[in-house]
Design a protein around this ligand. Structure first.
Ligand SMILES: [Zn+2]
Length: 218
């Protein structure tokens, strides 16, 4: 699971992650210059995920390895940092037999509380390297977009916790757009787009790319 520290410096983040009083920890911390710091052995449980759910699992801390990236939450991620992350991910995936679809962001499992690693994180680069799943949307050449319920159903099949009510659905779609459709997240709304979900065409294409052909119950 990938995080950003939302702190001013790597040293400040390391100090906090090593301080028991804060009750927060992660296995790895990666600096903007690509320095990789091991904080918790991978076989030990770290406290980085908190409340949330992914693929039906709610105790994510017991089932994941947490990677913190030194980033203030507003800045781009330097290439050296992402190159170091890619090397760390390759090692983790080999040691623990984790597929590309097992690499997620904090917001993916905790979209009601968290937004890291945020819309500036280069998921597309990881996808191209085979280290994460973030396919470009498949825009249907013909035909109507999926309904919002169909889109949400496919995203939940991919791993997201099923949202309850409009507010949770909106929070989930913000996390989805941050990760998969960052260009559209803040795009100006076209007047012909529906008010409920103006990016339904793009989200449908994403749901098609992630979820494959429709299944009964979608
Ligand atoms: Zn986080």
């Amino acid at each position: 699971m990938i995080h950003y520290t939302a702190m001013a410096s790597c040293a400040a983040a390391e100090a906090r992650l090593r301080d028991p009083a804060f009750e927060v920890s992660a296995h790895w911390l990666i600096g903007r210059d690509g320095e990789v710091i091991s904080l918790v052995p991978e076989e030990r449980r770290a406290w980085h995920a908190g409340a949330g759910e992914w693929r039906g699992c709610r105790d994510i801390n017991s089932a994941s390895i947490g990677i913190e990236l030194d980033n203030d939450g507003r800045s781009a991620f330097p290439g050296a940092q992402i190159a170091a992350l890619e090397a760390v991910l390759r090692g983790i995936r080999t040691r623990w037999q984790i597929g590309a679809d097992g690499v997620i962001g904090h917001a993916d499992m905790a979209y009601l509380r968290k937004s890291d690693p945020g819309p500036l994180f280069p998921w597309g680069r990881l996808h191209k390297a085979g280290l994460a799943v973030a396919p470009p949307p498949v825009i249907p050449a013909r035909g109507r977009p999926l309904s919002l319920a169909e889109v949400i159903g496919r995203l939940c099949r991919f791993g997201y916790r099923r949202p309850e009510g409009a507010d949770e659905s909106r929070a989930m779609l913000i996390a989805v757009k941050d990760r998969f459709l960052p260009f559209w997240r803040d795009a100006p709304l076209l007047p012909e787009r529906g008010a409920d979900e103006p990016h339904l065409v793009e989200l449908s294409g994403l749901a098609l790319a992630l979820g494959g052909a429709p299944r009964p119950g979608d």
